[in-house]
Unconditional design. Structure first.
Length: 341
């Protein structure tokens, strides 16, 4: 007969972890169907031809043409086109992420500082988050109507009435190289700074208040508390914000695609995602160039994300792991020296 302690041990050894896997299985099935297979198919398309030769296998020729160009006129044109949109993408992302993070961090620190006693915090949080829930199409249409190139547009008309702009030399907010890029940067910042602010606020509120109290008792000023308490403990949230912003910024599509006159997006703000869309849906379609550009964007995003994680590693934790590894090796060597295995 089995003893009572053995029965209890057998009952305690039952694992219910498999039921957790059952619950998350639908997500992985959906993910594989809508993410993994399209990614694999993109790699396949990147090795195909373009235009009327879309079914031909050409290996890595598309990557060579996009990155290095070639002797043919068409190869040089597509290479210059790709380099231009990649430059636009990096410039627009960098130009909107820096002010977005600066504004969001400033507001998050202000709204979580108990000493300031700001009235109406809830109202301001809602108002600042609202642009994030407005669709990109609506934002593009709004700014396109307000900041048009024509003298009849509200902003140009207002500047003309103030004698700040000549009636025959209106500001080209939509078609100017500098102006159009600045407008897209501003729209991206305006749409996303509220979301970033909320995430940073949640991170700051997760820091123990006793640390801020101890810093204040020690006589630390506001900027010192921010540098030596808030930022170091907020690093995980900052890394998350940087990586998600990087992924979203490099895949930026909706606003650059919609902020233009006529049928085609302007070259001033065309991004890699718009380049992929334009080549994929043109007739005859350049499936190979679209696939190759998607793969290159995937590798660029992965490389930048890996560099970000590498630079923000916890050095103390790495040193501890290295020390423990060295200790294990030393113990193993000592055991081997005494005839152990």
């Amino acid at each position: 007969m089995t003893s009572a302690p053995q029965s209890r041990a057998k009952i305690r050894s039952i694992s219910y972890a498999k039921y957790g896997y059952y619950f998350i299985l639908p997500f992985f099935i959906t993910y594989c169907f809508f993410q993994i297979w399209p990614l694999i198919n993109t790699f396949i398309l990147s090795t195909k031809g373009n235009g009327l030769k879309a079914d031909d296998f050409i290996g890595l020729q598309n990557f060579e043409y996009l990155v290095l160009g070639g002797t043919e006129r068409a190869a040089k044109a597509i290479s210059n086109d790709f380099k231009r949109v990649m430059g636009n993408t990096l410039l627009i992302w960098f130009g909107n992420f820096i002010p977005q993070l600066t504004i969001s961090m400033t507001l998050a620190v202000w709204f979580t500082d108990l000493k300031l006693k700001i009235k109406g915090k809830g109202f301001f949080k809602v108002v600042m988050y609202m642009p994030n829930i407005i669709t990109a199409a609506s934002v593009s249409a709004l700014f396109l109507s307000l900041f048009g190139d024509y003298k009849s547009s509200p902003v140009n008309s207002f500047l003309i009435s103030l004698k700040m702009v000549d009636v025959n030399e209106t500001i080209k907010f939509v078609t100017g190289w500098t102006e159009a890029r600045g407008m897209v940067m501003f729209m991206q910042t305006w749409m996303w700074f509220g979301n970033t602010m909320i995430m940073l606020m949640s991170g700051i509120m997760g820091i123990s208040p006793s640390l801020f109290e101890a810093a204040n008792i020690d006589g630390a000023k506001g900027i010192q508390v921010f540098r030596h308490v808030t930022v170091p403990l907020l690093k995980p949230i900052l890394v998350y914000t940087l990586v998600t912003s990087m992924i979203g910024g490099l895949q930026m599509f909706d606003i650059p695609f919609l902020f233009h006159y006529g049928d085609n997006p302007t070259k001033q703000v065309e991004t890699v995602a718009v380049f992929i869309f334009r080549n994929f849906f043109k007739a005859p379609a350049n499936y190979g160039y679209s696939g190759a550009a998607s793969v290159l964007l995937f590798f660029v995003t992965s490389a930048l994300g890996s560099i970000t994680f590498f630079m923000n590693r916890d050095k103390d934790e790495l040193a501890r792991k290295k020390y423990l590894k060295a200790q294990r090796k030393l113990i193993k060597a000592n055991n081997s020296g005494f005839g152990g295995r």
